[in-house]
Design a protein around this ligand. Structure first.
Ligand SMILES: C[S@@+](CC[C@H](N)C(=O)[O-])C[C@H]1O[C@@H](n2cnc3c(N)ncnc32)[C@H](O)[C@@H]1O
Length: 192
């Protein structure tokens, strides 16, 4: 198959990518995940979306590209040097709310309407406060994580953590799960 996910990047993408390279940030999700996010987001008109772990905003660019005019997204990161790059990129877009805060605290305190899709791309929402995070999903909403295929550079103990997370998600009766050995290892869950 040709490199389908590498074409038609969001118009804002190459600018953010340049800034990302400049600051040497190398934890961005790849274009496969990005295009998947865009596709899923587009299935939720007037959607309410959350990304945990903004980074410089590359995955966010895909999310925004999939949104209709009635949708909105909140993206959280605790590193202002990164969120500043995203903030510059999305400054004109009132559908995007960037929050520079600890994700764990934000999730615990969130009292807003339930969400249509959560992309949990940080420690919070994935390896901690997972229960509270899944609680924020509407029925029919998506929960997405990447980086689930083991990597040579993983720190000691991370393989076990990833395995435990997978088992936890599989054991939940309120999720339909698909595990994909594609990109960096994706899990898509639908809340039932
Ligand atoms: C994998 S990167 C996110 C990449 C981004 N989603 C993308 O694809 O471009 C994970 C991010 O989580 C952020 N982070 C780490 N711990 C955090 C915490 N406790 N609260 C909020 N953000 C955190 C890091 O600063 C980092 O930018």
């Amino acid at each position: 198959m040709s490199e389908l996910a590498t074409v038609h990047t969001p118009s804002i993408y190459s600018n953010i990518e340049k800034q990302t390279k400049k600051v040497g940030f190398n934890m961005s999700s790849d274009r496969y995940v990005g295009s998947l996010l865009k596709t899923l987001v587009a299935s939720k008109p007037k959607g309410n979306f959350l990304e945990i772990g903004t980074g410089t905003g590359l995955a966010l660019a895909w999310i925004v590209d999939g949104m209709d005019a009635g949708s909105k997204v909140v993206s959280i990161d605790n590193d202002r040097s990164l969120t500043n790059i995203a903030a510059e990129a999305f400054t004109e877009n009132s559908q995007v709310q960037l929050v520079c805060a600890d994700g764990e605290q934000w999730i615990k305190q969130y009292k807003g309407e339930k969400l249509d899709l959560i992309f949990a791309d940080s420690w919070p929402g994935k390896y901690c406060v997972i229960e509270q995070t899944l609680e924020l999903l509407k029925v029919g909403a998506f929960y997405i994580i990447d980086d689930m295929l083991s990597q040579p550079g993983w720190p000691d103990g991370h393989q076990e953590k990833a395995q435990a997370l997978m088992e936890y998600l599989e054991d939940r009766a309120d999720l339909h799960l698909t595990k994909m050995s594609w990109s960096t290892g994706i899990v898509i869950a639908t809340k039932i």
